[in-house]
Design a protein around this ligand. Structure first.
Ligand code: MN
Length: 424
């Protein structure tokens, strides 16, 4: 399905009067309204190829119908999202789930949808049917060098695919760890993992980044070999200047202060990428901003502050990606909601009066500092985000138009009710 521009323009025309009324009010409140609109237009969030089908849990998977059956259809789905919101202009591929058969054709298709290729993701957390050796007891940490070599070779292969497509980064998430005390020698596991990562790092093109993602637990429940930001930072530091830590919001122990982690990693120049989702208990992979929008805002506030301090480009100097997937919503509706929540949190963070906040902090004005943050958080910036979409050709309400056009019904007609996206 292709959404033609005139459908968007028609929809915007019908809703424009109401939008302008709200936008005018906000313009009167925000001095640099147009400057913020430009920042929002530039900000793009990559969509992972595995979020386009209903996610599986360990127990079941309920297909929603019309799911993309191959890489081309996954790109078509992201093309639809990007057409609607103009903020989802990148795709993050997972190998081996999305191995392109014809690079030139895939690159051409991406250009047609206005998409770029964000970080490539490797997979050594499950065994593939044609795989010689098992990752049951880990991949890069494995006691058997042959298994480690298989994992290294796979990552190098992923880089090769990425180079063909124009990607510039590799994300490594390892499920390596142990389920029971005594199973693993922690130091040996760390050293073996480091040596394996060094071999992958050596194969990185000079303009590539490597993101080392951490996760507190699951699927291993006693120890994880890249378990927290300290361990990831240790690997990234030892690997070299092209290696960075990647923060996935769901990969922390409950109540971790993620905004502080982000702040310090940025200070050290070692924050490379970000995976957005939300959670109540663990790695729940729920829609960004659906449970803890204030936390999302506080994280963005540190991101903006830290990036400005280092004169980084908000739009291009970190890898921004959604990493979510679940069973109950239409995945495309879910992704539109996630992108909207991320844009709102970013816009609110841009509103924070940094000079006033710094002054309050220097005076130990605790209540004053809280007021400054909450003034930004409690501003309804939705018309600002909508204005950015309007000016870049997107829909005033992406979800509203998605429903009005009956996109899911169209996709079911095209692809069938019983389709299952490749992936988990
Ligand atoms: Mn992730």
């Amino acid at each position: 399905m292709i959404i033609e521009q005139y459908r968007i323009d028609e929809y915007n025309h019908i809703n424009n009067k109401e939008h302008q009324r709200k936008a005018e009010f906000l313009r009167s409140e925000i001095a640099n309204f147009d400057e913020l609109v430009q920042k929002l237009i530039a900000f793009q969030i990559a969509i992972p190829s595995w979020a386009l089908g209903t996610g599986g849990t360990r127990f079941a998977r309920f297909s929603g119908g019309g799911e993309p059956r191959n890489l081309e259809e996954k790109m078509a789905d992201i093309g639809l999202l990007h057409k609607l919101n103009q903020s989802s202009g990148a795709i993050s591929l997972h190998i081996p789930w999305d191995i392109p058969e014809d690079y030139a054709a895939i690159r051409q298709l991406a250009a047609q949808y206005g998409l770029t290729f964000d970080a490539m993701n490797s997979n050594t957390f499950q065994d593939q049917p044609d795989q010689a050796l098992s990752y049951k007891f880990g991949s890069m940490q494995h006691v058997d060098k042959a298994v480690r070599k298989q994992a290294v070779d796979h990552n190098i292969d992923v880089i090769r695919h990425g180079v063909e497509l124009g990607s510039k980064s590799l994300t490594v998430w390892l499920s390596d760890g142990s389920c029971f005390p005594g199973q693993l020698n922690f130091r040996n596991a760390f050293q073996r993992t480091l040596e394996s990562l060094e071999e992958v790092y050596a194969a990185l093109p000079s303009d590539w980044k490597m993101f080392v993602e951490y996760k507190a637990f699951e699927p291993n429940f006693y120890s994880t070999t890249v378990g927290d930001w300290g361990q990831s930072y240790l690997y990234a530091s030892k690997l070299g200047p092209q290696a960075y830590t990647l923060v996935d919001l769901g990969h922390h122990l409950p109540n971790a202060n993620i905004e502080q982690i982000v702040s310090l990693l940025l200070m050290e120049g070692k924050l490379g990428g970000f995976h957005f989702n939300d959670s109540k208990y663990g790695d729940d992979d729920l829609t960004a901003g659906s449970l803890k929008p204030y936390q999302l805002f506080l994280i963005f506030s540190e991101l903006v502050d830290g990036m400005d301090d280092r004169r980084m480009n908000h739009a291009s100097d970190l890898g921004w990606m959604i990493d979510a997937s679940h069973n109950v919503k239409d995945p495309l509706e879910d992704l539109l909601q996630s992108v909207e929540a991320i844009m709102i949190a970013y816009a609110q963070a841009l509103l924070v009066d940094r000079a006033a906040l710094a002054a309050a902090q220097e005076k130990n004005d605790v209540a004053g500092a809280q007021e400054i943050l909450q003034q930004a958080f409690r501003t309804d910036v939705r018309p600002l985000v909508a204005e950015a979409r309007l000016r870049s050709g997107g829909a005033l309400s992406p979800l509203g138009l998605y429903r009005a056009l009956g996109v899911r019904d169209e996709l079911i007609k095209e692809r069938g009710l019983k389709t299952v996206a490749t992936g988990l």
